[in-house]
Design a protein around this ligand. Structure first.
Ligand code: PMP
Length: 276
């Protein structure tokens, strides 16, 4: 989760959505979390305050099975909960918000449905994400677009993806290979607000090369234009107008400059602050 300094104090974006996803992920893995979402929310704000991170930070609540059983039955291990937080700047580089990033298509696929549950934000999924991300960087790219085992576009190593063509937005469905991103949902709502047609349907890889615009969404990534894929320029090879519009709107929301919009869109429970 990210926390931003807003006129009303530090506020966490999509706080309740993130905590719900954490608890849902635990349920899938048969982990009984000994805390409520409310208690976890309080812990997040406590950690931010205690560490003086009031200018904004990244918070990563984690629930795990600690030291105990060695075998595959995790019940013998104690459930431990951690709430680390730290200052973390623009994940893919501050300049990239305006210029866009260069991406490659990953040679690794995302996990197939019914293998590692894609809807769970589980640490094990990030073994696959690391393969994808490190390969991209080794090839001189900032990020990668990964395909599912069906060959259709899935997502980035830690981002959902959107395609813009002829003024229309397209994003892959949540199909067991990708995470149901909260920023994705927000971008979908912002597209609707902007009167853009939105389609959620399987995206073939080749649709990416001929897109007018491509962008990633994610909590760490925020809304990030993709200017090339596999060294093929996307559109004009720079941030496009629709990406910029959604990006600006998202920035306004998370920085607390668009409270009205937040309520109107229900986009989020976007900002949660115990000071409001
Ligand atoms: N996909 C993956 C694999 C991710 O790790 C993330 C980041 N949490 C996302 C998508 C984007 O999700 P969100 O917008 O909720 O941060």
């Amino acid at each position: 989760m990210r926390c931003y300094q807003t006129p009303k104090g530090p506020a966490i974006v999509h706080l309740h959505g993130h905590l719900r996803r954490l608890l849902d992920s635990c349920k899938m893995y048969r982990i009984e979390v000994p805390y409520t979402a409310e208690q976890l929310a309080t812990a997040c704000f406590d950690v931010i305050e205690a560490n003086g991170l009031t200018n904004g930070c990244y918070i990563r609540p984690m629930v795990l099975r600690g030291y105990g059983a060695v075998g595959m039955d995790g019940k013998g291990s104690p459930i431990e909960t951690y709430v680390p937080a730290w200052e973390w700047g623009a994940y893919l580089g501050a300049d990239a918000f305006a210029t866009g990033i260069d991406c490659g298509t990953a040679s690794w696929s995302r996990p197939a449905p019914n293998t590692f549950p894609g809807m769970a934000k589980a640490a094990g999924n990030y073994n696959n994400a690391q393969l994808i991300k490190m390969e991209a960087q080794a090839n001189g790219f900032v990020e990668a677009v990964a395909l599912g085992t069906d060959g259709m576009v899935s997502e980035g190593s830690g981002q959902n993806i959107f395609v813009v063509r002829d003024g229309e937005l397209l994003t892959p469905p949540i199909n067991g290979s990708n995470l149901q991103g909260l920023t994705r949902s927000c971008a979908m709502q912002l597209a609707e607000e902007a009167g853009l047609r939105l389609r959620v349907e399987p995206v073939p890889r080749e649709a990416l090369y001929v897109a007018d615009e491509l962008f990633f969404t994610g909590t760490a990534t925020e809304v990030m234009p993709i200017r090339s894929l596999d060294r093929i320029p996307i559109g004009d090879g720079k941030r496009g107008p629709i990406t910029e519009r959604i990006q600006t709107r998202y920035q306004d929301i998370i920085n607390g400059r668009a409270d009205d919009v937040v309520d109107e869109l229900g986009c989020v429970g976007t900002l949660s602050s115990r000071y409001t």
